[in-house]
Design a protein around this ligand. Structure first.
Ligand code: ATP
Ligand code: MG
Length: 175
């Protein structure tokens, strides 16, 4: 039997935004140290699923390809920190309602497939550093950004050397 696959649903930045996120990560790294995420791994996790069988992954690919993701904007206007793991991240002062709704509707669809929604509230964030020291302030080092999105991606998290790489399994239809 093939081993299980670790998968999650995410928003992925376009190349311009990816570059901007990378340069913020660089500045934050100068302040907080730690380990930077690979630029090609920067993302927002909408729904972490964990290990699934290949058959379940096929279901999730179909679910992703049938998702309705209205275009939206997510202002990236604050730095945050999770002490556990020393995670320094980029996010927003207030989650826009449409992004919150996208998360809720995605989990509603997943619950219909037997997956259990998290107990924790949704704190949308882009992890920039791990094992980092706490940032001095919530201010973004450099200009603030807006993330414009119009599709959801189903990602396969694949062990790769000491870390992981994220392979795309499916996209929702672009709007
Ligand atoms: P590693 O765990 O090997 O350090 P990683 O954290 O980059 O690698 P994954 O563990 O596959 O990769 O996680 C993929 C995404 O899902 C990341 O954004 C991670 O923060 C998030 N994630 C992982 N586990 C959970 C969880 N239990 N609940 C919510 N989100 C999670
Ligand atoms: Mg992890």
């Amino acid at each position: 039997m093939r081993p299980d696959m670790r998968v999650f649903f995410a928003l992925q930045p376009d190349p311009t935004l990816r570059q901007a996120l990378s340069s913020i990560a660089q500045r934050l790294h100068a302040e907080c140290g730690g380990r930077r995420m690979r630029d090609d791994s920067l993302h927002l996790t909408l729904a972490f699923i964990g290990d699934v069988s290949e058959a379940q992954a096929e279901h999730l690919i179909a679910l992703c390809q049938g998702l309705d993701c209205p275009a939206g904007e997510w202002p990236l206007d604050r730095v945050g920190y999770f002490p556990r793991g020393g995670v320094a991240w980029l996010g927003s002062q207030a989650t826009p309602q449409p992004l919150d709704t996208l998360h809720t509707r995605l989990w509603h669809a997943l619950a219909g497939e037997g997956f259990t929604p998290p107990d924790q509230p949704f704190v949308p964030h882009v992890t920039l550093l791990r094992r980092a020291r706490p940032p001095h302030s919530e201010a973004i080092p450099g200009p603030g950004l807006t993330w414009r999105y119009n599709r959801v991606t189903l990602v396969h998290s694949v062990p790769d050397g000491a870390g992981r790489r994220y392979d795309t399994l499916a996209h929702s239809p672009a709007v």
